[in-house]
Design a protein around this ligand. Structure first.
Ligand code: NAP
Length: 270
């Protein structure tokens, strides 16, 4: 198991490719296929991977095939590959949101080794979270290889049921945008307070970074970190009371449930 084909040279596959190469994987053992030339040529030029417009050529080359196309192209690409290539001994990894294991296996023509994954955008910085669910056909060796590959982009959480993919979407898949929204709102208010846009952004991003590092570096409950910076009757408490009275915890819960509901709708092609 030492060759990887990336089907699609878009944002997510590019992030994974950069991660595995930065982690020491030989670019000679990577091939990228994409219909239009610009993106695959760019990554071939910058990182020395092979490239082709032909998904079949890419699939034949590799032991592991990473499907990085939009969800509505997944079935078509799987059918195309399975019509010409014997995928029985290959491991197919999908990064597509809302395309189920059953849909992928049906398009591949049966019970093949498939891993459904849900990476998030900080993967491009090596700070990602990837949820992964493997079909029973995936061997220990294939799982170990996929685990190594995904760890190049951050942490990996293996799931024991496919339903949990929707839960991962609600937590880490969509999660970066929750923080972006919060940071946007804070930066907007900072501007209303008189800071210019650059200052507001710098203040907010450094605050978010510092808070995230405090969570990472202190192995205590997050609630305790919050309590430690909240003096009774002080300014932080006044702000936090406003969040609580406005129903922030319930709103976060509702938002995450909405993400799960939408993931289920997408999987049933709505
Ligand atoms: N971006 C994220 O944050 C994120 C997070 C989690 C999961 N995902 C999943 O990752 C997948 C890709 O998303 P993305 O954001 O990377 O999309 P993207 O940037 O649009 O990349 C998709 C790529 O697939 C290529 N493509 C289209 N049809 C193809 C075909 N038949 N064969 C081979 N390549 C083909 C496109 O090429 P052309 O441009 O030349 O048409 C494009 O380069 C999606 O399924 C998405 O659900 C993305």
């Amino acid at each position: 198991m030492n060759k990887i084909a990336f089907i699609g040279a878009g944002n997510m596959n590019r992030a994974i490719i950069l991660g595995v190469i930065n982690n020491g994987f030989d670019p000679e053992n990577i091939i990228v296929s994409n219909p239009s030339p610009e993106k695959r040529e760019a990554i071939a030029k910058s990182h020395g991977v092979k490239h082709t417009p032909d998904n079949i050529e890419a699939a034949e080359f590799a032991d592991v095939i990473v499907l990085g196309v939009k969800p509505h192209f997944i079935a078509q690409v799987c059918e195309e590959i399975a019509s010409k290539v014997d995928v029985s001994n290959k491991c197919i990894i999908s990064v597509a949101a809302g395309t189920t294991m059953a849909q992928i296996q049906t398009a591949l023509g049966g019970d093949k080794s498939v891993i459904r994954t849900m990476p998030n955008t900080p993967s491009q910085l090596g700070l990602g979270v990837t949820g992964a669910y493997a079909s029973p056909q995936v061997s220990q060796q294939q799982k170990a290889f996929a685990d190594d590959m995904m760890k190049a982009n951050g942490i990996v959480k293996w799931l024991t049921s496919e339903d949990e993919i929707d839960h991962i979407i609600a937590v880490s898949g969509s999660g970066p945008a929750y923080f972006f929204l919060f940071m946007e709102a804070m930066a907007a208010e900072a501007e209303r307070l008189g800071f210019n846009a650059d200052e507001a952004r710098a203040l907010v991003q450094q605050t978010a970074l510092g808070a995230a590092h405090m969570v990472v570096e202190n192995d205590i409950p997050i609630a305790e970190l919050r309590e430690n910076v909240t003096s009774k009757g002080g300014t932080t408490q006044a702000a936090l009371n406003t969040f609580t009275q406005g129903g922030l915890p319930e709103l976060v819960s509702d938002a995450m449930q909405a993400a799960i509901a939408r993931a289920k709708e997408m999987a049933s092609n709505k």
